[in-house]
Ligand binder design. Structure first.
Ligand code: IVH
Length: 699
């Protein structure tokens, strides 16, 4: 996807982009921190954060209250009680090259105003790839333990942390402050991870992609006895709140922690001079694979605590420490085969099936090849030996072919011309509205293709669609294969289909209670909001937001479906009406027409409709002070979040725009409002404070 260069963005574009980035990064954070199941590589994630930072640097006035740059990690989830840390849990700045380390030491020298002759001692510690925890001890007893969360507050996982043998419940020795927060990393060793995953697979339970995710998942179990059965370990390396000083240097502090009963990483050393730091970095890198647990770099910390204190921190990272990261891990392996996977919309994704190989402690056997062009560009063929890369990753990549000149190599990979599904329908290369070819290839079988059917059903029950508890992806695929659910309406027919329920009773893991719960969950969704209903249909280009626009625009399921029938029939007035809705363009019009032209889809929708009560959308209000007005929010809002304010405005019949123009009726400006406020003044647009806005909409 091509992105506009940051320098070329208009303010309106920048604002929209920051909003998108905030949403996207928050979603990745949630998947990484809460669900322990990231979907992008660290590199892709970092690129998003960098773009966000670059745009914010250029438009400081646009920094959002929910900006990802103001957060460390994810806010705590609601499953566990929130614990506010005694002092914030900081993150670390990263160094990737030797030069970054030189610059780090120079910065410290300058900041402390030290001459070149003055020596600065550092501790060099392995950077453990697990998740950090904060342990609060009072009078030597462990009273509370929490995850890092967003750095300010984490989740109360005391009972789970108590099950870890490396964590003392009572501090040993003496000299510990009356109140102290000890910090360190919870992790799992490679052997234990493999054994745990193998046992889980055997028992039909979930497995984890890597030891870090396994550690995070294990620590966040509701039932501490489950955590107790997991092989969690803990290295102590830092502290937070302390009621009294207990050391003068990092090195001495590590020694204290050891005396109090913690495990401190035995590889940690104390050094002076950049050369020594870099030599340690290389030494650690060389023994990394043999350690038996994952480390993703080394951490250098200024040893003297009085200097640490003077150096302080910038934002969320200390000036006195830096993480020197190892480059992405690579390994060689053989491509056994190239398989084609089919998505919901029929898009075909080639996947390399690899000879299983351990890369960075994780067994890799699949790597996405993205699309046919990518395969051709890298010229990957079955039988090739390739470099596989995984950078703290869940999605391994094939970097290049190692032996392209070997004799007897397979011919270039020919992308199939028919779908791998049993129907063998032809594959078409997708074109854009202007007729240009894209890299996407699609199965043209649409809903007749069983592969697409499954993906459609997955979408249908997904969280933002019908969201039926107990009917997740796995369950659904099993139900599909057993013929219990083949189409959306089948889900709602299930509760009264005695024959199917009887079969369900025969399945493993389906006791009376679980069947009763499933039926209750299905019944609970028989009444559904119009926007969810529309979203669930899985029409291309109709995401959550578009579904909401359509719901608001048509008001009821009957009106929407009648209009779509007309759109499908090519009725010019109906098409014009759809096209006129805000944010709806040619792609949605074409996709809607195509969807509702298909007899199969029409039958599916009708049958589904017969099972459901679809609630009317709230009609836009015409009787409020802001009805029909175009509103722009700018600057920081203090009582409302931006999303809340927007939703409220829309509920009251206003339109929310992102930039100020002659069409704008109102600008609501908070602190830090910049050029939009100026434009408003120039155009004579009425400007309100947040308080005035609240008063206006309340009245
Ligand atoms: S010190 C103020 N030391 O790395 C500094 N962190 O990217 C606080 N980590 O959140 C962290 N090993 O989860 C420190 N020896 C070590 C570490 C370490 C791993 C993790 C920790 C931290 C993250 C920062």
């Amino acid at each position: 996807m091509s992105e506009t260069a940051v320098e070329a963005l208009s303010e309106a574009e920048a604002s929209a982009e920051l909003e998108r980035l905030a949403r996207e990064i928050a979603a990745h954070d949630a998947r990484y921190y809460r669900e322990d199941a990231p979907t992008v590589s660290d590199a892709e994630y970092d690129a998003l954060k960098r773009r966000n930072a670059a745009i914010e640097a250029r438009f400081p006035a646009l920094v959002r209250p929910d900006s990802p740059s103001l957060r460390v990690g994810a806010p705590p989830s609601t499953q566990f009680a929130e614990v506010v840390h005694g002092t914030p849990m900081l993150s670390l700045d990263n160094a990737f090259e030797d030069g970054d380390v030189v610059a780090f030491v120079q910065r410290i020298r300058r900041f402390l105003n030290l001459s070149e002759a003055e020596e600065i001692a550092f501790t060099v510690e392995p950077k453990i790839d697990g998740l950090s925890a904060n342990l609060r001890y009072e009078k030597g007893a462990l009273v509370q333990g929490a995850t890092r969360g967003d750095g300010r507050a984490g989740e109360d996982v005391t009972a789970n942390l108590r099950t870890i043998a490396d964590i003392p419940r009572r501090l040993k020795g003496e000299g510990w402050p009356e109140v102290i927060e000890v910090r360190g990393e919870v992790y799992i060793e490679h052997d234990a991870f493999q054994a745990m995953n193998a046992a889980a697979a055997e028992a039909g339970q979930r497995t984890y992609a890597n030891p870090r995710n396994a550690a995070a998942g294990s620590l966040r179990q509701i039932d501490p006895s489950v955590t107790a059965g997991r092989p969690l370990r803990f290295f102590a390396y830092a502290w937070g709140l302390s009621s009294a000083p207990f050391a003068q240097s990092q090195w001495e502090a590590l020694e204290r922690l050891r005396q109090w009963g913690f495990v401190v990483n035995p590889l940690s050393v104390r050094e002076t001079g950049v050369d020594a730091l870099l030599a340690d970095y290389r030494r650690f890198g060389a023994i990394r694979a043999k350690l038996g647990y994952d480390i993703d770099g080394v951490v250098y910390k200024v040893d003297r605590l009085d200097w640490q204190e003077r150096l302080g921190s910038v934002g969320r990272v200390p000036r006195w420490a830096i993480a020197h990261k190892f480059p992405a891990e690579r390994a060689h392996t053989v491509v056994r085969d190239i398989e084609i996977q089919v998505g919901r919309t029929g898009a075909l994704t080639p996947v390399a099936k690899l000879e299983p190989i351990t890369v960075g402690g994780v067994v890799v056997q699949n790597a996405t090849l993205h699309n046919a062009d990518e395969i051709a560009r890298k010229d990957i063929r079955p039988g090739d030996t390739v470099v596989v890369q995984r950078a703290g990753d869940v999605i391994p990549q094939v970097v290049e072919v190692v032996d392209p000149d070997r004799p007897g190599r397979a011919p270039p990979f020919a992308f199939p011309t028919v779908c791998p599904c049993p129907l063998r329908t032809p594959i078409a290369r997708e074109t854009t509205a202007s007729g240009a070819e894209t890299v996407v290839r699609r199965c043209t079988g649409e809903l007749a293709c069983p592969f697409q059917k499954i993906e459609h059903l997955k979408h249908f029950v997904s969280r933002k669609a019908f969201d039926i508890e107990g009917l997740g992806e796995k369950q659904l695929v099993a139900f599909f294969e057993d013929g219990l659910v083949r189409e959306p309406a089948d889900v709602f027919r299930l509760p009264r289909d005695e024959a199917k329920l009887q079969r369900l009773r025969g399945r493993e893991g389906h006791g009376e209670t679980s069947i009763r719960n499933l039926i209750a969950a299905i019944e609970a969704r028989r009444t559904i909001a119009l926007d969810r209903f529309i979203f669930a249909l899985g029409i291309r280009h109709v995401g959550e937001t578009t579904a909401m626009t359509l719901a608001r625009g048509y008001g009821s399921a009957d009106a929407y479906l009648a209009a779509m029938d007309q759109v499908a029939a090519g009725d010019a007035a109906a098409i014009a009406e759809l096209d006129a809705l805000d944010q709806i363009g040619a792609a949605v019009v074409a996709a809607s027409a195509a969807y509702f032209r298909e007899p199969h889809n029409r039958r599916i929708v009708q049958e589904l409709r017969a099972e459901l009560t679809v609630l009317d959308a709230e009609a836009p209000r015409a009787d409020t002070a802001v009805a029909g007005k175009t509103v722009v929010f700018t600057g920081a809002l203090e009582r409302l979040t931006r999303d809340e304010a927007k939703a409220q405005a829309e509920r009251l019949g206003a339109k929310v725009a992102s930039s100020v123009s002659r069409k704008t009726d109102l600008v609501v400006a908070g602190p830090g409002a910049g050029s939009k406020l100026k434009t408003a003044a120039e155009l004579g647009v009425r400007v309100l404070s947040e308080e005035e806005w609240i008063a206006l909409v309340a009245g």
